[in-house]
Design a protein around this ligand. Structure first.
Ligand code: C2O
Ligand code: CU
Ligand code: CU
Length: 487
């Protein structure tokens, strides 16, 4: 196989001095490396068998682990390239069940603050639970305790750092892992795999490239798209069997439209919710933070490529100080499915899936929220309702037990993925006319100059948390706000 480096349309190199000084004025990033040298594809590992991170499984209602965030992990076939948890990137896969306690001692051996976020887990946002306001300083440890409710949905989640200002760098550096909540139904699968997709850029010495100001504004997209930290691995399968792939978009900014030509991708879950029935062969488009659980059912031998298509997140237009940059990602091969065996029909798909009954409580409040990028007095700002993130301020105060309808408007020419912690929402409609799935989710793309309308039941878990753009560069630049759910 030939390695396929991902080249980007000039988005890596800082354009004009005007843009540079503009960003320096707002974010103070000028001291950093403004241009990013070309990364080399990790040809040495391309085509290797897919590896899966070690699984740490709960026992008797509890999973108690240490997670150490530190440099020195292997990534894309390069030793010591990445940041890792317990020495690997991705970190271990955590496997728990509804009703379990998940106890994590997070130890920070990085040179900057970090913390831990259990993306979409429906747990308390307070204290030492899924609290995004915590700051774990270098050289210190912190004991998290997540009490997973007995009625918590099963599905595919993930964990990543969430200390405001350092999130994109730490994720791009390799800090992420899968988190599975296990509970029926039993699906007749021969393999149940995690495919955690991330992207990064390595320099010629195999070090992670520092993103420049323009990368941060557009949302950095790495030259290498990796699956479980590997470049274009091979996934083995036998004819007549079914595999479940839990695909996690752990990229900092990249949207992943997925395809597997010659095979059907049958989607059974979006984020951590079963769809009402198996869906295919529709287009699966994962925004950063989204997950799709899919079934693969090969009936003949062959090699099939799992692809991500190009995706256009919009453009800053032709005029102005940003010089009309676009945020298009190039297509890439993620992995190769290698099927062996005589022609054989796999077991049939389940006729229906245990989708949860949709919440039909009356809407008690409506809110309008606006994502914007704009020139302020001091430069380009990434705002929600005209303000950048302030952890001290309550931006939305919500009554526990209420069900709300939120309209998220995007006043900017770039798409932004909206994410709300703790409280999943269902999409009612969007400006692009996307047919809603009717099932709860945690991240949704808000089209450029468009809107989405969401229904959010705040039935449990009082406390303060956040909503933000899941292009994590934008989140770090201030596109995040707080919500206080009062019990
Ligand atoms: Cu996956 Cu607030 O993030
Ligand atoms: Cu999250
Ligand atoms: Cu954004």
């Amino acid at each position: 196989m030939t390695p396929r480096p991902i080249s980007r349309r000039g988005a890596l190199v800082l354009g004009g001095l005007g843009a540079a000084s503009l960003v320096a004025g707002t974010t103070g990033l000028l001291a950093q490396n403004a241009s990013t040298p070309g990364g080399l594809p990790a040809a040495g590992t391309t085509g290797e068998d897919l590896l899966e991170p070690p699984v740490l499984d709960s026992r008797e209602g509890r999973l108690a682990i240490v997670l150490t965030a530190a440099p020195g992990a292997r990534l894309a076939g390069r030793d010591n390239a990445a940041l890792g948890y317990n020495g690997t990137s991705p970190g271990p896969t955590l496997r728990v069940r509804p009703g379990d306690d998940l106890a994590v001692r997070l130890t920070n051996r990085l040179d900057q603050p970090t913390n831990l976020h259990t993306h979409d887990l429906q747990v308390s946002p307070q204290g030492n639970s899924d609290n995004p306001f915590l700051r774990i300083d270098p050289g210190t440890s912190f004991d998290y305790l997540y009490r997973i409710p007995p009625d918590h949905p099963a599905g595919t989640f993930w964990y990543h750092p969430h200390h405001h200002g350092t999130v994109a760098d730490q994720l791009f550096g390799g800090l992420a892992g899968a988190l599975l909540v296990d509970r029926g139904p039993e699906l007749p699968v021969a393999a149940d795999r995690v495919l955690l997709i991330t992207d990064t850029t390595l320099d010629a010495d195999g070090r992670i490239v520092v993103a420049g100001p323009m990368d941060r504004m557009m949302g950095r997209q790495g030259r290498l798209v990796l699956v479980n930290g590997q470049h274009q691995p091979t996934i083995a399968a036998s004819t007549g069997t079914v595999q479940r792939w839990r695909i996690i978009n752990g990229c900092t900014s990249r949207v992943l439209p997925l395809r597997l030509p010659g095979q059907q991708l049958t989607q059974i879950m979006l984020d951590a919710a079963f769809l009402p029935g198996p869906a295919g062969p529709g287009r699966i488009v994962l925004a950063p933070g989204n997950r799709a659980d899919i079934l693969i059912r090969p009936d003949r031998a062959g090699r099939f490529e799992l692809l991500t298509d190009a995706y256009d997140r919009g453009s800053t237009g032709t005029g102005g100080m940003m010089g009309g940059r676009d945020a298009t990602s190039e297509p890439a091969t993620l992995a190769t499915l290698s099927v062996d065996g005589p022609p054989r029909q796999p077991p049939p798909l389940p006729a229906s899936l245990p989708a949860r009954t949709p919440n039909t409580d009356p809407v008690t409040a409506r809110r309008e929220i606006t994502f914007a990028m704009g020139m302020g007095g001091s430069g380009m700002g990434f705002t929600i309702d005209g303000r950048t993130f302030d952890p001290q301020r309550d931006d939305q105060t919500v009554q526990l037990g209420s069900t709300e309808e939120w309209t998220i408007t995007n006043a900017s020419p770039l798409a932004h993925p909206f994410h709300l912690h703790i409280w999943p929402f269902t999409v009612l409609a969007d400006s692009a006319g996307t047919p809603p799935t009717g099932t709860p989710q945690g991240v949704v793309l808000v089209p450029p100059r468009g809107w989405v309308r969401l229904r959010i039941p705040f039935t449990a878990h009082p406390g303060r948390s956040v909503y933000h753009c899941h292009i994590l560069d934008h989140e770090d630049l201030g596109m995040m706000a707080t919500i206080n759910v009062r019990g």
